[in-house]
Ligand binder design. Structure first.
Ligand code: GLU
Length: 495
């Protein structure tokens, strides 16, 4: 196969939020396509109208764009194999459905839901496997067509072999065999004229000339039916690869479809837009997701999109399930943040600061970003670190925070008064501030840590804050002195 014939698709159903499991599937398809210089196609499988969610498409498209998984064909970009939304292709499915009926590979079924319900109850009573009893399977086609013409409600079902086995080869899992005795004459066309997933999926993969199907392994059980359809149409099925399951962080059970709370009350995100909102960098998300079931070698972890594209191969996708790991993602995210140039990081931080109510000027942020880039793992964490730079007045804080361990209020007062004198006169640069304040600690017989704490709390309003001297430089003489003055007053008032 030449590389130019590689065409893969991500084919989500717009039934809910865009889950990271779906994002992993999309990413593997994307990497595979880019690696082979093939095409990455986005197809919207919206034939299940009962589960349709009008917000889902927006979440999906935004999520893919946030991750940088741009599709070559699909909604909004078009392409030669469109339309790419299944409900816009209903006449195509009708045509192929009739082809199956005429060939005797499918049949009209007139069973009402009441009848099907009764059959189901009987099966339960007799402890038989549930399923359709093939009541309409042998109806005469002309007779059936007459009933259809008279307006009787019907579905179309696949006329599957009743016995025998079917074996196929999955690139990741190897050979898999199913017995037809376990299968149902599944519905292909519903009574409203809309196909089921199976029929539409097979027709579209063929018409869109999909070369490889890479999807979650929950679809493995559909394969015998799909292969039957390929055979019935006389088409060559694409190569199949079913990606490993993603498990909960505990390693037990499939990863949650909902956003649950951890024991400590934290919300555990599972939707792409939640990670985006928290300010996980897309580079880190992509890097992390790529390693959920795939690896380059046994040690390389941090990789750019370009490296992933260059290195991705189906041979190194594992079949064993992979457990989600929030700590690892945080590590990737923090690492990616530290590697970004200051300008780039600043530009990405600004909207998050605005969201938190901080109207920061880019120029000023260019000075502040270096002070926190080692300290944050996501962009949304920045606001809480640096809000004090942008406040005219600090919110009130506990006076006790000013007083270092093993010292007293009186010592603290001295520290702050000396600092006040020093900051009034000394040049406002990192080194001069550090030298002057360290020398003063020496003179007072204090550790520098003890000396710096009251100053830090005075200017930031908290004990954990960005590095002190850089902070003072950015705050400037006037504001620093004002806050130290306020801290002195606080101590005097309470002690
Ligand atoms: N529409 C299916 C889904 O929601 C697609 C499965 C497939 O890729 O064939 O995941």
């Amino acid at each position: 196969m030449t590389t130019s014939t590689i065409r893969v698709r991500y084919a989500p159903s717009p039934t809910g939020d865009f889950h990271v499991g779906g994002a992993r599937t999309a990413l593997f398809n994307y990497l595979f396509a880019r690696h082979h210089e093939g095409k990455f196609i986005l197809r919207i499988e919206d034939t299940d109208q009962k589960r349709y969610n009008p917000d889902a498409l927006g979440w999906l498209l935004n999520g893919l764009r946030y991750l940088g998984l741009n599709w070559d064909e699909g909604p909004e970009v078009g392409g030669e194999y469109g339309p790419y939304v299944q409900t816009e292709r209903l006449d195509i499915y009708q045509k192929y459905c009739h082809q199956l009926l005429d060939a005797g590979q499918a049949y009209y079924c007139f069973c009402t839901s009441e009848r099907l319900e009764k059959v189901h109850q009987e099966q339960e009573k007799k402890k038989l496997l549930p399923g359709y009893d093939r009541y309409c399977r042998d109806l005469d086609l002309n007779e059936a067509a007459e009933r259809v013409a008279k307006g009787e409600s019907f579905t179309v079902r696949a006329k599957l072999p009743i016995e025998g086995d079917i074996t196929f080869y999955d690139t990741i899992r190897g050979e898999i065999t199913f017995s037809y005795t376990m299968l149902q004459d599944a519905v292909l066309m519903k009574s409203d004229g809309i196909p089921t997933y199976h029929l539409a999926n097979v027709i579209d993969d063929h018409l869109m000339e999909i070369s490889h199907i890479l999807r979650g392994d929950e679809w493995i059980n559909s394969i015998p039916l799909h292969l039957f359809l390929y055979q019935a149409f006389g088409w060559q099925p694409p190569i199949m690869a079913h990606l490993p399951l993603i498990l909960n962080p505990t390693g037990k059970g499939k990863m949650s479809k909902r956003e649950d709370r951890a024991p400590d009350g934290r919300l555990l995100p599972v939707f792409v837009r939640s990670f985006e909102k928290k300010g996980y960098l897309p580079e880190a998300m992509v890097n992390y997701l790529a390693l959920l079931g795939w690896s380059y070698d046994d040690h390389t972890e941090i990789m750019t999109m370009a490296e992933l594209i260059e290195r991705f191969s189906l041979e190194r996708v594992k079949s064993a399930p992979a457990a989600w790991n929030y700590e690892k993602l945080d590590y990737f995210s923090g690492d990616t943040i530290r590697r970004l140039p200051i300008e780039d990081l600043t530009d990405r931080l600004l909207p998050f600061l605005a969201e938190a109510g901080i109207q920061a000027k880019r120029e000023k942020m260019l000075l502040i970003t270096p002070l926190i880039r080692e300290r944050i793992k996501t962009l949304s964490e920045a606001a809480a670190w640096i809000d004090f730079f942008f406040m005219a007045e600090l919110p009130s804080y506990d006076t006790a925070l000013l007083i270092p361990k093993k010292t007293t209020a009186a010592v603290t007062l001295t520290i702050l008064e000396r600092a006040q004198q020093i900051l009034t006169t000394v040049e406002f640069t990192h080194d001069t501030l550090e030298n002057a304040l360290s020398a003063e600690a020496n003179k007072l017989g204090l550790k520098t840590g003890q000396m710096f704490q009251p100053i830090r709390v005075a200017v930031c309003g908290r004990t954990v804050a960005p590095p002190l001297f850089e902070t003072l430089v950015v705050l400037g003489r006037e504001l620093s002195l004002k806050r130290i003055g306020q801290a002195i007053a606080k101590i005097r008032n309470t002690h």
